[in-house]
Design a protein around this ligand. Sequence first.
Ligand SMILES: O=C1C[C@@H](C(=O)O)NC(=O)N1
Length: 408
Amino acid sequence: MIIQGTLVSSSGTGNNQIRIENDRIVEVGSNLGKADFSFSEHCLIFAGMGDIHIHARDDIGESQTYKEDFCTASAAAINGGVVHVADMPNNPVPPITDESYREKVLHLEKRNPTIHFTLYAGIGPGTKPLSFAVPYKAYMGPSVGDLYFKTLEQLDETLSHYRGANVSFHCEDPILLEEHAVAATHEERRPPQCEVSATRFALQMIEKYDLKGKLCHYSVGEGLPLIREARSRGVNVTCEVTPHHLYFDQSDLTDQNRGKMQMNPPLRTISDRHAMLDALRDGTLDYLATDHAPHTLDENEQGVSGQPHLDTYGAFVTWLILDQNFSPQQAASFCSENPGNFVNPYVAPKKFGKIEAGYTASLTVLNMKEPITIQRKDMKTKCGWSPFEGITFPGSVESVFVEGQKVR
Ligand SMILES: O=C1C[C@@H](C(=O)O)NC(=O)N1
C-alpha cells in the first residue's frame, strides 16, 4: 500500500510517500509509485498518535465495564485519531499490582480491541516489582479507587524495591489533601500546594531510586521550575499534560457544570493554564495524555472525578496548532514520537512514533480545514459524553491507519 501527502515529524514537514507492507512501514520516499491513498494539502499525516494515560475500566477482577471496556475505548481512540494507548490500573478489586498482570494481558487479548493497549501495573503500599518489565503507576494520594499511599514515607519505603523501574506519579500529597478535606469546593480541597509538594517528593524519589520517572496530568505553573531544575541536573523525568488543563480553567466553572468539570488534579487558574501551554511549547511537558476517565454523567454529578477525552484527541490537536500557534512538528513530538518512545520498550515487535522504515504502519491524518463541532451523538466512549460538547475545533480527524489497515 502506498500513502501520499504531507508527512509531519518532529524535525520537519514535507510532501512524500509511505510504502507499507503488512503492518510495517518499509520505505518513505518521493517516487514509490501510484498512491492507494492520497491526502490533500489540507491534511497533515502524523505517525499514529498515542495517548499514554487512559482508564479503560476493563479488568480481571471487579471491573467497571458499564463505563467503558477495551473495545469501546479502542473505538473512541480511533474516533479521535489515537492508534495506541496505555491503560491505568486503578480499577476496583483488586487493582493489578502483581503477577496477575499476566491474566489481565490474556483478558485484553481475548477482548481483541483494534488498537494496541500497553498496561500499567499499580504500585501500592508494600507491593513488589513484577518479574518482567512493565510501566508502573503510583498514586501518591487518594484519587479514584483504593490504590494509593496514606503517607509519603510509605511510598518511599515501597519504592526502595523498585530501583531503576519506569514509574508514573499521580502528584498530590496525601497529608496536604487530608488537611484540606473540609474546604468548600473541589479546587480548594485539592489546592496547588498538594501538587507542588508531591512534585518535590516524586523528583526526590526518581533521583534516589534511579527511576525512569513520569509526572502525570501536570497542572500547576509553580511546579514547572522544580521539574526544569531537576532535569538540568540529569534527573530522568518526563511529564504529561491533559486537554482539560490546557483548555479549561477555574473561570469556566459554573454551578451547572461543576460535576462535569471535576477531575484530579482539578482545574487551576488561567495563569496555570497558560503556563501549561507555554511548557508544552518549550518541551518541559512531553506528552499530550488525556487521563481519559470515563464515568457516567450521573456519577460526575454525584462527585466522581474525571472526564472522557479519547474521541476528541485529534480535533483538540488541531486547536493547538491552528488557534494556539503550536507547530505541526511540536504536535508530532508530544502526540506521536514521545508517546512512542514511552511505550516502545514494552510493545515489541511493534514500534510506534515515527514515519520511518521499520516502524509500525499506524498513522493519524488530520484535516486542518474541516472544523468539527463536538456532539454527544458522535462519541464512541461507552460513557457517552464529552466536556467539549458544543465547542467547535478548527480541524478534525480525516483518516486513521492501524497497523497497516485503514480503519477510518
Ligand atoms: O487520577 C485520576 C483518576 C481518574 C479516574 O477516573 O480513574 N480521574 C481523575 O480525575 N483523576
